[in-house]
Design a binder for this molecule. Sequence first.
Ligand SMILES: [Zn+2]
Length: 59
Amino acid sequence: MVIVTVIRNVPKVSCPDCGQEVPVHRLETQTVAQREGFTTNYRCPFCRADFDNAAQHMV
Ligand SMILES: [Zn+2]
């Protein structure tokens, strides 16, 4: 019997739109200038949904 160990040390974000778990390095990021500085928007590579607070959806 072969036991495969999958190392799950990559932080992932659960997409609020399609529910897919997206490794953070696969998220498309977009930095947007705003009056009070910059914010970073994230886009799901699966459903193209935008969401701005990735940390909130960490799994
Ligand atoms: Zn999605």
